[in-house]
Design a protein around this ligand. Structure first.
Ligand SMILES: [Zn+2]
Length: 390
């Protein structure tokens, strides 16, 4: 026996198309990106029309969070749904980014899958339940945040003021329940040498060649990291992303700068990363007393993991089962998402969203049927998690 909620598909499509038609490119990623003000204003209007309690958090002149609360009648558990309103840039796109063309069940445009389909589903999940006459006992908190694609200032501000008994981050997940993702650490390394005329090797220390010793060691470190394994996410990793150094061809370079990225798996802490870097730098220094280098951690995002047994995961899985009559797949993301911030702040979080393709790519679309399915499943989650009547 399956049970499905009567989603107003026409309204869902209208909201989705309106969201895509509003350019909300993150200005920190593309200098001509207008930011999230206009899309936030549109969402506010929709939420007010549904009689939700609407709050905003102004983050910068271009970035604003919108929060819509469907107040519960009391005594039930609260649920927070989260989606980001910004998108990446459009310069690499091969389709009109803000037209929301519909073809063969797909809705095209920048942000259609990442993640305006999900924003529409969050709104319509509440709309669907309202039309059945249901009243939640716990609060349903819809959160539309800015800047996920850059530094997540939206969710960082959100979790300072809003929490719930559980959360769903509605990033596209092919309708799987995503229970884990990797974190990352950004590291800047400075290697020092000694400048000298290219013809006087005795006087110079080549900072670039010394940096090469460090780079060669990264392969060994990567192999060591492969001994750690996460059942869903696989192995942690480290790679060099950027390098610069030197002044001119006939001079020994006195400086080389390398930027590294270390991807972490659940269970790894920042201290694990600094311990392995300290050991690596010590080894290089012991082998070569002219090796002079230091590193600095410039940015950290924690990995995320929730147990399959957590009530929100169980509720999502049973809502999925009620819809499809079969078990939902459990999965992981290799990339990072706002889920880590919400979960770390104390609200148990799972990720669930629709199908699509071309995220950040040339041709982005969301599969509309999967947005309808997601909407109905979200309605099911709200109904059983927040309890309430009818
Ligand atoms: Zn996203």
């Amino acid at each position: 026996m399956t049970s499905r909620f009567p989603v107003d598909e026409k309204k869902l499509m209208n909201v989705l198309r309106s969201l895509i038609e509003i350019n909300s490119v993150n200005p920190y990623l593309s200098h001509d990106g207008p930011g999230e003000s206009e899309i936030a204003e549109y969402i506010q209007g929709v939420l007010q029309g549904m009689n939700l309690e609407v709050h905003t958090q102004q983050l910068t002149d271009k970035a604003v969070n919108v929060i819509g609360i469907w107040r519960g009648t009391g005594g039930g558990k609260s649920l927070l749904l989260n989606g980001h309103t910004d998108t990446v840039g459009v310069s690499n796109m091969q389709i009109p980014p803000f037209v929301a063309e519909v073809r063969e069940g797909r809705v095209y445009g920048r942000g259609s899958c990442d993640m305006k389909g999900s924003l529409a589903a969050m709104i319509l999940a509440v709309d669907t339940l309202q039309r059945t006459g249901y009243q939640p006992a716990g609060d349903v908190i819809l959160t539309f945040v800015a800047d996920e694609e850059y530094k997540s200032i939206g969710t960082e501000a959100l979790v300072k003021s809003y929490s719930a008994d559980a959360a769903i981050v509605c990033e596209p997940s092919d309708l799987t329940a995503v229970v884990a993702h990797k974190g990352f650490v950004w590291i800047t390394v400075e290697v020092h040498g000694k400048a000298a005329h290219g013809s006087r090797p005795a006087e110079g220390i080549d900072a670039i060649v010394k940096a090469g010793k460090l780079l060669a060691e990264l392969e060994t470190l990567s192999r060591d990291l492969e001994r750690k394994q996460h059942p869903i996410l696989g192995v942690p990793s480290i790679h060099a992303s950027l390098i610069s150094g030197g002044t001119e061809i006939s001079t020994y370079p006195d400086y080389c700068r390398i930027e590294l990225e270390r991807r972490t798996i659940p269970g790894e802490q920042l201290v694990d990363v600094t311990v392995e870097l300290d050991a690596l730098f010590r080894r290089l220094k012991e082998a070569d007393d002219q090796f002079q280098a230091s590193y600095e951690i410039t940015f950290v995002r924690e990995p995320f993991e929730i147990s399959d047994d957590a009530p929100i995961v169980q509720t999502l899985q049973s809502a999925y089962r009620n819809y499809f009559g079969e078990e939902q797949l459990i999965a992981g993301f290799s990339g990072w998402a706002d889920s880590s911030l919400i979960h770390e702040a104390g609200t148990p979080t799972v990720i669930f969203g629709p199908y699509g393709a071309g995220l950040h790519g040339a041709v982005e679309y969301v599969d509309f049927d999967s947005v309808v399915q997601m909407t109905s499943i979200l309605a099911g989650v709200i109904r059983s998690f927040c309890q309430g009547e009818k």
